[in-house]
Design a protein around this ligand. Structure first.
Ligand SMILES: *Cc1c(COP(=O)(O)O)cnc(C)c1O
Length: 420
């Protein structure tokens, strides 16, 4: 390994890698593999970095639940006072079960159902980020049927290019997300006439794994222009939500810190009194987690050598899905020359790899840590090939909390039945 480990609380000790005060080898011994392992200190530090960057400004950091929705993770952020950005009724149920404050919940997403709207209104969420005219009408109807007013922001598409992977860029005109910048004014005018809608704010989210603050600053200028135009027509907003998207280091990326990322945005907010909201996901959890896995077989080949591990694309889909890179390190490297491996899982797909061309000094049965796996890891996992999903543990100093038990075959078959 040439660069420092991207997981901030991971250290190299005499018995191999340790996370906070716990050896990864002990975790594997006690809980088996594959297991997602998270660091509470790293989660807390990532959240505090935003709070520090925001200083005394009226602001709310709403953790984007889809990045990692396990109750144990949500409860860490709930105790820190975070808000939550959700995209489904299921995510709302998770936030409430983890002790989150419904009043600090923002509901995003293009396809909210009537049932989800009712559930969120019943719970008293902070804001609906509305993504179309049809959704606005539906929300007004549902709120009317409950005798309530729904607080809303429009998710406006600022049409800036975030220079990221096409699958995770969301702020271009061609995306399915948000309302067009050119239609936003008319939509606000319309919303102002609806009796069961209460205009609360404005929202944008331009993409994910952003490494450059410039596109966000450009989006902010556009949004603020719109906010001022609305004010001149008498529509006053109480919050401005600039979405999530700040990137992390997987390999050698050099993402801005929250302070660097927010600086040009905060400059633009000088003298304004709207509350500022953010919806970070990846940058709060990505580098606070790793996937701990064991090598089942080493399979030397003519062209490639394979390290076949007990984790697979069903556990961590990002490599197969986006060709994403995750650092893979031996938990206790051996005094052997390194060999170059394809690190692959047992699933019957050629796309089932976790890493290509990795130089490792390992033997069969050794443990590997797949780093930066805290975001979009467990939440995108599946039971493909009828594989029980991994356990999850949260390290807190010297303590290990099991936050999700490993699935069993009974869990997998639950609710299914053969023909009578
Ligand atoms: C996915 C998403 C986020 C979080 O994005 P990150 O890149 O993980 O920070 C925030 N807001 C919305 C609307 C999203 O869809």
């Amino acid at each position: 390994m040439t660069t420092a480990l991207p997981v901030p609380t991971l250290n190299v000790g005499p018995a191999g890698l340790t996370l906070e005060g716990v050896a990864l080898a002990d975790i594997a011994e006690r809980f088996g593999t594959p297991t997602y392992v998270y660091s509470r200190a790293a989660l807390t530090a990532a959240y505090e970095a935003y709070q520090q960057a925001l200083g005394q400004r009226k602001a709310l950091v709403c953790y984007a639940v889809k990045a990692n929705s396990s109750l144990g993770i949500l409860s860490v952020f709930a105790r820190l006072g975070a808000g939550f950005d959700i995209v489904s009724g299921g995510e709302l149920a998770r936030v409430l079960a983890a002790g989150g404050d419904a009043g600090k919940v923002i509901f995003s997403g293009v396809g909210k159902t009537r049932d989800e709207m009712r559930y969120a209104l019943e719970a008293g969420i902070g804001c609906f980020n509305v993504e179309s005219a049809a959704e606005l009408d539906r929300l007004n109807e549902v709120a009317a049927s409950m005798g309530k007013r729904a607080p809303i922001a429009f998710r406006v598409n600022p049409d800036v290019n975030p220079n990221t992977h096409p699958y995770i860029s969301t702020g271009l005109r061609s995306n399915k997300f948000g309302v067009a910048f050119t239609e936003a004014l008319d939509l606000y005018r319309k919303a102002a006439t609806l009796p069961h809608i209460e205009i609360s704010g404005i929202d944008c989210h331009i993409g994910s794994q952003l490494l450059d603050p410039a596109p966000m600053a450009e989006a902010t200028d556009k949004i603020l222009g719109l906010v001022d135009k609305l004010a001149s027509e008498g529509v006053k907003l109480d919050h401005i939500d600039l979405g999530g998207g700040l990137g992390i280091r997987y390999r050698d990326e050099e993402p801005p810190t929250p302070t660097e990322y927010l600086k040009p945005l905060l400059e633009r907010f000088a003298g304004r009194d709207e509350a500022l909201c953010f919806e970070p996901g990846r940058s709060l959890v990505g580098n606070a987690g790793l996937l701990l896995t064991r090598i089942e077989y080493l399979k030397p080949g003519v062209e490639k050598n394979f390290a076949i591990i007990d984790a697979a694309m069903n556990d961590l889909a990002r490599p197969a899905l986006y060709d994403a890179y995750h650092e893979i390190v031996a938990v206790a490297p051996r005094k052997l020359p390194t060999t170059r491996y394809e690190v692959v899982g047992p699933i019957c797909e050629s796309g089932d790899f976790l890493g290509h061309d990795r130089d490792l000094a390992v033997d069969t049965g050794d443990l590997l840590a797949i780093l930066s796996a805290g975001a979009y890891g467990m939440t995108m996992s599946s039971n493909y090939n009828t594989r029980p999903r991994a356990a999850e543990v949260l390290v807190d100093g010297d303590t290990v909390h099991v936050i999700r038990e490993r699935e069993t075959l009974e869990h997998l078959l639950m609710g299914e039945r053969p023909l009578p």
